[in-house]
Design a protein. Sequence first.
Length: 91
Amino acid sequence: MRRLFWDVDFEKLDHDGKAGFIIEPVFERGDVEDIRPCRRYHGDQQVVGALLEAKYLPLATLHFVSAIFDKPLEAFRCYTRRHLFPGLSPS
């Protein structure tokens, strides 16, 4: 998981206080071996909460988390923003 946070000092990350800062890149750029410990540490409730409030997730990630957590796409903030401001969101 450290490779996902190459631009920050991983040892100084506040895993509890900055959960969204950690959860979003793990799901966006990580693989199964990164996602599993993230889910175990933070718990699905906190993971889902962070992902529902994310300002941006790639479409593939959005569909993935929608499926694994059984949440409709419309429940995700980034999905709603993508449709409200289509020119501002990359695919």
